[in-house]
Design a protein around this ligand. Sequence first.
Ligand code: ZN
Length: 435
Amino acid sequence: LENILIKNIDIITADKDNEFISNGQILISGGIIEFAGKGEIPENLLPDKIIDGKNKLAMPGLINAHTHSGMTLLRNYANDLALEDWLYKKIFPAEARIEEEDIYWGTLLAIIEMIKSGTTCFADMYLHMDQTAKAVCESGIRANLSRSLLKFSSDDRKPIDDSELCIKYHKDWHGRENGRLIVSLEVHSVYLFDLQSLKNAAELAKKLGIGIQIHILETVTERTESIKKYGMDSAEICAECGIFDVPTVAAHCVHMSENDYYILKSKNVSVAHNPTSNLKLGSGIANIPYMMKCGINVALGTDGTASNNNLNMFEEMHLAALIHKGYNMNPQLINAKQTINMATVNGAKAVGFGDSVGVIKNGMKADIIILDMDKPHLTPVNDPFSAVVYSAQASDVDTVIVDGRILMEGRRLINIDEELVKYKVREISKRLLNG
Ligand SMILES: [Zn+2]
């Protein structure tokens, strides 16, 4: 690993009160941020590479706290449908035709898209997760990958226990690549599981010492069906079954009761807010300002490209900062700093990397993106936080560094063949969707 010096650069740290450093230096050595701030860099560390920070802005890499990266294969396939019709009538039948290696290519495409839009870490749940892990290892991105302990037969979707393979998945991949890849357990949702499987999932996660990724209370239907069936909503059931006794990131949380917020807060559950997906599927708008007031850790996610239909975290930040103001007729809700925190430091906490990434400060791992601010829509910058949230575009991301390694520079990817990956995914998608 080379020593990299980023000199004379403005820095959004996402640390403490999201401190801003103007015209500072960042020195990266052995994958670690050795120095970030104003003043002279330590003399004993000579840089192998110098990046000039003039008209540029460094910030922590964005963290996509909820996605299904292999779903790029189904991008723009089923649209303008409610979640239940979208999932059962369109997505599940198409997914039944997906073969293992398809996921490798679909995930690589997702990773290309994520790197090019400033995402350095993502949390994922999907099919054939060994292929996802392979793509993560090869590409250099950071990830928390979850595998389900229930497998659903493709014909009648009857659940089959797959926990042995989860144990193997954990053994094969957890902590790989200098800890760049970690593993958790997927519990898709309460509505696809039964009480015993939920309890089994909680037990297995505890035994392995890992977290859980889950969808919770995405739609009104989920809420009413669950209350009809169990007399409790999905959040209450998760608390009952022990799911929340391990570090959990819960996607959506749109249709919550007062008691549900209390449960999430007291159990330290992180929420992944997916504003685009919730709007596109007509699911509703999660009460994020209230969650923040309750002290719940709120992160941001894109969800899969079949319900978004891209993996652009700049769009998610933009929407997250706007919809709650409009919906509540209150422009003071969720300011630009808070929005950036959701996409960085809160995301790192949510997906199990809170000790190592998400902020720019000495001793953290170097997951950093550099934005080119020399653009008409970013001139004059005036307030860098507002510039990032309200003006910036994903295409302003110039350089991406993960674990001290440059993955993109001058918008050119260093180690993935973008043309080959696009070609492969076009071919696979034709086979899946015309089947
Ligand atoms: Zn999802």
